[in-house]
Design a protein around this ligand. Structure first.
Ligand code: T6T
Length: 312
């Protein structure tokens, strides 16, 4: 298991809830979307710090890939006597419903962090960025960068069924309609694999000669898009707006591979997720929906925004 940047806890590894029968009331479980990824590591750090402060124990288990079948195994492994609360980033808005519902039936409070199920009746509280607004913000930035120039703009999404990135893509496409000089070249899915994002960019450069911009809806699509542009010698010729602020994206922004990033605040999502879980467990008022902040980062303002860079 890997030690996290924040010191406590591990990524991956295993736990068993069976011997803890009577003491589960101070136990929380966090199941992020995927392991060893800066966004979720930063979220885990925020969650761990908050749990420690409140005298709760939190165990993190993350799937190897952003995949509903793999995540379902981890949810099922919580067993018949689950922790008091489950904080989870559902990897699929529909496929994760049944397993999460089962944990709830077995007595755990469910808190959604980052992504969410389509069925809003399961979670006590959902904490996420305003993803539609993030997409909009990216389109506005794209329009400013184009400065009136005409051309096509491609969106790289992750997987159909990922609530966050699907909403970012839609927010972007909706806002793009306000800029008649910018034409949509469509939304491509990449299975959250940087390699697939890179090949979609290579293909788009060949099929769409007037391509002037790419919006990558998360860090994996962004890293892949940067590779695709680099391979084609198109860095800077095509504007790349990314989402998130991983160390590799920040490096890319410095080098001019990205013209802008929309950073989330994953540590705050983790922290608030733990706060809401504890409120639910202790019978205190719970807020059904909480929105974490977004920050538009460019090369010009990056030094002032260093607190939003993700951990790795
Ligand atoms: O963008 C984040 C997260 O918000 C999204 O749900 C999945 O991808 C990331 O984890 C970044 O890779």
């Amino acid at each position: 298991a890997l030690l996290t940047a924040c010191g406590g806890g591990t990524v991956g590894g295993s736990s068993s809830g069976d011997s803890a029968a009577k003491t589960n009331n101070k136990k929380l479980s966090l199941i992020p979307g995927v392991q060893a990824e800066p966004f979720y590591i930063s979220m885990q750090c925020g969650a761990e710090a908050e749990a420690k402060k409140a005298g709760y124990e939190i165990t993190t288990q993350a799937p190897q890939k952003f995949d509903a079948a793999m995540q379902t195994q981890l949810v099922n492994a919580l067993g018949s006597n689950p922790p008091a609360a489950l904080l989870i980033a559902p990897t699929d808005a529909q496929a994760m419903l049944a397993p999460i519902q089962q944990v709830k039936t077995r007595g755990a409070k469910v808190i959604e962090v980052d992504t969410a199920l389509k069925d809003t009746s399961v979670a006590e509280s959902s904490i996420s960025s305003d993803n539609a607004e993030g997409g909009k913000l990216a389109a506005k930035t794209m329009s400013e960068l184009a400065a009136g120039k005409t051309g096509s703009v491609l969106v790289l999404d992750t997987i159909a069924g990922t609530s966050t990135t699907n909403t970012r893509a839609k927010g972007f496409e909706d806002e793009l309609k306000n800029y008649p000089n910018l034409k949509s070249a469509g939304v491509q899915f990449t299975q959250n694999e940087p390699d697939q994002a890179a090949s979609k960019v290579t293909a788009a450069l060949a099929s769409t000669p007037d391509l002037i911009g790419i919006f990558a809806t998360n860090l994996n699509t962004g890293e892949g898009a940067a590779t695709g542009l680099r391979n084609a010698g198109k860095i800077g010729a095509v504007n790349l707006i990314g989402f998130d602020a991983s160390p590799s994206e920040i490096e890319g922004l410095k080098k001019g591979e990205y013209q802008g990033l929309i950073a989330q605040d994953p540590a705050a999502i983790g922290q608030q997720g733990v706060q809401q879980a504890i409120a639910a467990l202790e019978g205190k008022p719970v807020t059904r929906n909480l929105t974490a902040s977004l920050h538009s980062i460019t090369r010009a303002n990056m030094d002032a925004n260093a607190q939003y860079f993700y951990k790795q």
